[in-house]
Design a protein around this ligand. Structure first.
Ligand code: AHR
Length: 504
């Protein structure tokens, strides 16, 4: 058996973990809304048309914040279409996804749904085809208590109390040529600055996310962040980053190392933020909002066919990736990477939540079930709270297509406010278990509480409506503590949540 070591100390802290690190995203895209969270004819639908089976899965996942309503969709969206009597809301072409948006679910409905799901709304305004005026109006509509045109309209539409939406995205992926209203960095930086200024004049309590480049691989990446932040640094609180990975060639060891790219990406954007801050002699530090991240590639070919066949259809089954076991392992490592950068990554949204590249799948009129990637997100959200620790990990390593020296044991740890310790670990070794020894002498007496293990012999195993538990958590071995050293076996190809609690 291979061996790895980990040293942890309560004084080696990365920082407090923001609960919003475990957020998600619902876009008006595919069956995320219609057939996902909302299906009035479904046997589990509540009186508002929302599926209870889906909301139960969302609640179990523990999603503190949900980004809405897009995504690419938002860059052509008129928020005013989504309020008022439903029968008077317009149907519109959605140019982002070549479908038709009915606006049956809109702002009020989504705010109610999010409240029921125990989530906060992170609302994206349209800075593609619209601008600062529409942006400040929706803040007034949502957050002003009353006595003005927009706030009184909200009250007339049934919501006496303000929605109190605290987190706002200033557009989406504005450097992308696919984006409606694509902009240069200067154009976007200016409009983000003016929109942000006006939105904060309406409600000084809100926080704003500026769009980083749509991808690390964009030619604009880097220069985009610098120029945009040069224009809007003082107005915004976060800069967004987006990243998706795939394994189209079936290279599992290479795929499982992709979170190293994520780590470099985060550190590069942090460096650019600080460079702009330095240039401006500013004492303010910008944080990152990793508001789209996931595995995305399984559905690409199928989507091209669907759009060719059903262009302008309603709620087409788009981006319906069926996730396998190796996807769950990479998602686990991506969460570990975010915890290791918890001092600067304060918000993160797995893209997305239901049906569209999502941890939760549904069948129209049928069941709802958890995909493989549901589990690591749920575990991190439940147990990855408190303080992120900076571990020293010594592990055997391997070389793969993009990286050398990839640690076979990818691990980190968090210290709960109750003194409990949680170790998150992925064993990337395709064949061998790893014996992990942790030096925990700095924590006083701890005892093993639980080892949650996600493993399947087949990396391509998936969960389906009929067999929803094919890839699901099991109990792992307990491990033992001896003189401040904790030893546990970490099985080959597995995601592990190892919890230790204070011994009284
Ligand atoms: O999440 C799917 C899409 O990916 C989003 O609409 C867009 O922002 C990104 O390109």
């Amino acid at each position: 058996m291979k061996k790895a070591r980990m040293i942890l100390d309560r004084d080696y802290a990365i920082g407090r973990i923001d609960r919003r690190l475990y957020g998600s995203f619902i876009e008006h895209l595919g069956r995320a809304v219609y057939g996902g969270i909302y299906e009035p004819d479904h046997p589990t639908a509540d009186r508002h048309g929302f599926r209870r089976d889906v909301i139960d899965l969302v609640r179990r996942l523990d999603v503190p914040v949900v980004r809405y309503p897009g995504g690419n969709f938002v860059s052509g969206f008129n928020w005013e279409d989504s309020i008022g009597p439903r029968d008077r809301r317009p149907k519109r072409l959605d140019l982002a996804w070549a479908t038709t948006e009915t606006n049956e679910v809109g702002l009020h409905e989504f705010v109610d749904w999010a409240r029921d799901a125990n989530s906060e709304v992170m609302y994206a305004v349209n800075l593609g085809t619209r601008g600062p005026d529409a942006a400040r109006n929706i803040v007034e509509y949502s957050n002003h208590r009353g006595g003005t045109q927009w706030s009184d309209l909200r009250i007339k539409n049934g919501a006496k109390e303000p929605f109190n939406i605290k987190l706002w995205c200033l557009g989406n992926e504005m450097d992308g040529p696919w984006q409606m209203g694509q902009k240069t960095a200067y154009e976007y930086g200016r409009v983000a600055s003016e929109a942000g200024k006006m939105m904060k004049l309406v409600d000084s309590g809100i926080e704003l996310v500026a769009c980083g480049s749509s991808s690390l691989t964009m030619p604009t990446f880097g220069a985009w962040e610098y120029e945009v932040l040069d224009q809007c640094y003082d107005q915004v609180d976060y800069v967004s980053i987006h990243r998706y990975y795939g394994n189209p060639t079936g290279d599992t060891p290479g795929f499982l190392a992709r979170n190293m790219d994520m780590d470099e990406f985060i550190k590069t954007v942090v460096a650019i933020c600080d460079a702009v801050g330095g240039k401006k002699h500013s004492r303010k530090k910008l944080m990152l909002s990793f508001d789209e991240w996931n595995v995305w590639y399984h559905s690409n070919a199928q989507d091209r066919e669907i759009v060719k066949r059903d262009k302008w259809g309603v709620a087409l089954p788009l981006l319906e990736d069926i996730y396998n076991f190796e996807d769950a392992l990479l998602v686990g490592s991506m969460l570990i990477t975010m915890l290791r950068n918890a001092d600067r990554v304060k918000i993160a949204c797995m893209a997305q939540l239901v049906n569209v590249i999502a941890p939760i799948m549904t069948r129209n009129g049928g069941g709802a079930w958890a995909q493989t990637i549901y589990w690591p997100l749920m575990h991190a959200s439940r147990y990855g709270r408190g303080t992120a620790l900076r571990p020293v990990v010594q592990s055997p390593a391997y070389d793969c297509s993009d990286y050398t020296d990839v640690q076979l044991l990818d691990a980190t740890a968090t210290l709960g406010d109750d003194g409990s310790l949680t170790i998150f670990a992925v064993n990337r070794d395709m064949k061998e278990d790893i014996k992990l020894t942790c030096d925990l002498r700095a924590f006083g007496e701890l005892r093993p509480a639980e080892h949650i293990l996600l493993h399947h012999d087949d990396v391509k195993a998936v969960n389906t409506e009929d067999q929803p538990d094919t890839v699901s958590p099991q109990k792992g071995g307990h491990g033992k503590v001896d003189g401040g050293h904790f030893t546990i076996r970490v099985p080959a190809l597995s995601w592990n949540v190892i919890r230790l609690e204070k011994a009284e």
